[in-house]
Structures are given as structure tokens and as C-alpha cells.
Design a protein around this ligand. Structure first.
Ligand SMILES: C[S@@+](CC[C@H](N)C(=O)[O-])C[C@H]1O[C@@H](n2cnc3c(N)ncnc32)[C@H](O)[C@@H]1O
Length: 324
């Protein structure tokens, strides 16, 4: 029964957490707090404070919260319910039609940011391309964290492109950071020499979190299988690496010698991703890097110099740099 003028936050949270736990949600208490914060238009810290103080939740907010909990129990992604997803220091708008950015991709973005900063330190500028940008997460992280970089982003899908455009506009309004967003196939976009409007051999960093799930590896979590768009998940081909191979070929074309390529993949795809990069014959220093939990989640490589095959990178034989 509701108390006069509202319901006790502790009870609301306890019951919601039990409901979410029974529905198989991985972090029931945290999700309950986030949803109550959303219903109250506040943050989780304030929700915890209200729970400690026992200050009643107004009936309208409690009803909105019950509805949110029911939808979360039906495994609608938390980020679709709140309408936002955190990515590094950003809060991005997300919802149906766009891939929800993941914490592991923050480390992929970090490699791109470090490489962009190194290019800026060397030459005062950096050109960075995010292929398969989705919500714009990686591109916007680079643009806001490396202000001297010129950042381009490519997205194929119309719905995802619309979400990216919304985020690009919002971040530009809030911070002044600019991302040049184009709609197109990452395997062909931005092609051509610079004097014809392309970016061939003009980029310091190409970063991508492309679709890479094989057709027979349907994700278990309903939040992913039923709510992330298929075009964002499945990389095509028997091994899911058809699009990533095309993205890798595009990176070889776009990067200048010495430029850095970083691409996310599934943990089990580390050897196949390295092989795909090596098969282009365009890269040196091909290595696997880990996410923050130590799992093999990305391939990193340096564009070779067409003339000496080193990318101007230092090798063990003393002929140049190898690592980004
Ligand atoms: C795994 S999601 C990653 C989105 C974003 N980079 C992130 O990390 O949150 C892959 C994205 O690639 C897009 N995509 C799929 N095939 C593509 C292609 N051939 N060219 C460009 N984008 C593509 C999908 O629509 C989706 O937005």
C-alpha cells in the first residue's frame, strides 16, 4: 500500500531489484537505482540519499518507475529506457535503431586517442576516421579529447546515422567539438585522393568497432539479440569477418605510412583478426591488445611505408619505430 503522499524509496528499490533479479537482469539493484533516478529526473547518488532518509517518492514518479521496471524485466535495454548511454566522459543519446556503446570499446577509443595525440605532438594536427560509427561514440570521444584532431565518421544504416547526427550536433553545441559525419559503406566511403575530396593516404588514425558476430553465434542476452540492430551485430561471411576485412582494406587505403589502425573484435577472433590485417600486406607491427578486463578485444597495426615496408616505424633491427 502506498503511504500518503508517496511511496517509500527503500521498498520500491527492494521490490524492483527482486523483480529484475528474477528476470535474469545482471545488475538488478544498480538498474533499479538508475531507473528510479530517471523517474525522479535526478541521479543515482540522490536516489541513495532519498533511500537512506526514507523520503517518500511522489505517486506519479513511483508509477512511472513501476512501468520502467516492468519494461526492464522484459529485458528492454536499460539505456533504451533512460535514453542515454555513458561512453568515456560523454552521455550519448541512444534508442531503438542504434547499437548501445559498450565499456570495452572505451579502450579501443583510448588507443585511437593516444595515436591521435602522438600525431598532434609530431605535426600539430591529426586526421582520424571512425568507420562504422553507430551512435558516434568513438568519433565523439576522439573529437572532444583531442581538440587538434580533424575527425570523420562513417555509418551505413539510416537509423544509426540519424542517432549519430543527433549526438554530433549535441556535442558540438555543448563543447564546440566537430565530427564530419557521412552516411555510406565504410568499405568505400572517403575514397579518392585529397584533391578530389577523398582521404586516401591522408589519415593518421583509422579506428573501427565494426559488426563482427558470425551468423551462427546469436547473442544470448535478449537486450542484444532483440534490441541491437542486426546490421550492427553480424559481420557477414561464415566467420563474421567479411565486413571487418572490408574495413581493414579501407584502413590500408586511408592511412598514411606510419598511421595507426585499431579495430575491435570478439575475444575468440584475435588470431583471425590479426591474419586479416596481415593478409593485406599493408601493415607492420600487427598485434592484439586487451580491454580493461584483460581480454583480447582489438587488433592494432601500423600502416607500412609503400617503399620500405616499415611505416617509418622502429623495428628490432633498428630501422624505425614499430609501435604506435
Ligand atoms: C558494433 S556497431 C558499433 C557502433 C559504434 N562504433 C560503437 O562502438 O558503439 C557497428 C556499426 O556499424 C554499422 N555498419 C555495419 N555495416 C557497415 C558498413 N558496411 N559501413 C558502415 N557502417 C556499417 C552498423 O550500422 C553499426 O552502427
Amino acid at each position: 500500500m502506498s503511504e500518503p503522499g508517496g511511496r517509500a524509496p527503500g521498498d520500491l528499490l527492494r521490490r524492483a531489484a527482486a523483480t529484475l533479479d528474477a528476470a535474469g537482469v545482471a545488475s538488478p539493484r544498480a538498474d533499479a537505482e538508475t531507473l528510479l533516478a530517471h523517474a525522479l529526473r535526478t541521479d543515482r547518488g540522490e536516489v541513495r540519499r532519498l533511500a537512506v532518509l526514507g523520503r517518500p517518492v511522489p505517486d506519479a514518479a513511483a508509477e512511472a518507475f513501476d512501468d520502467l521496471v516492468a519494461r526492464r524485466a522484459a529485458r528492454v535495454p536499460l539505456q533504451h529506457l533512460t535514453g542515454t548511454a555513458p561512453f568515456r566522459h560523454l552521455e550519448l543519446a541512444v534508442g531503438p535503431g542504434v547499437f548501445v556503446p559498450r565499456p570495452e570499446t572505451e579502450q579501443v577509443a583510448q588507443v585511437a586517442i593516444d595515436a591521435a595525440r602522438a600525431a598532434v605532438a609530431r605535426s600539430g594536427a591529426a586526421v582520424v576516421v571512425d568507420l562504422c560509427t553507430g551512435s558516434g561514440a568513438i568519433a565523439l570521444a576522439v573529437a572532444t579529447e583531442v581538440p587538434a584532431a580533424t575527425v570523420h565518421a562513417v555509418e551505413l544504416d539510416a537509423d544509426a546515422h540519424a542517432w549519430a547526427a543527433r549526438n554530433v550536433a549535441a556535442v558540438r553545441e555543448a563543447t564546440g567539438a566537430v565530427v564530419h559525419l557521412v552516411r555510406g559503406d565504410a568499405r568505400r566511403a572517403l575514397a579518392g585522393p585529397v584533391d578530389a575530396g577523398g582521404l586516401d593516404a591522408a589519415c593518421d588514425v583509422v579506428v573501427s568497432n565494426p559488426p563482427y558476430v558470425p551468423p551462427d553465434a546469436v547473442p544470448r542476452d535478449p537486450e542484444v539479440a532483440e534490441h541491437d540492430p542486426a546490421v550492427a551485430l553480424y559481420g557477414l561471411g561464415a566467420d563474421g569477418l567479411e565486413v571487418p576485412r572490408g574495413v581493414t582494406a579501407a584502413a590500408a587505403r586511408l592511412l598514411r605510412p606510419g598511421g595507426v589502425y585499431v579495430m575491435e573484435h570478439a575475444e575468440v577472433q584475435a588470431a583471425a583478426a590479426r591474419a586479416a590485417v596481415e593478409a593485406t600486406g599493408a601493415f607492420v607491427g600487427v598485434r592484439t591488445a586487451q580491454d580493461l578486463t584483460g581480454r583480447d578485444r582489438m587488433v592494432v597495426a601500423v600502416r607500412a611505408d609503400a617503399t620500405d615496408g616499415t611505416g617509418g616505424a622502429e623495428r628490432s633491427d633498428g630501422r624505425g619505430r614499430l609501435d604506435p
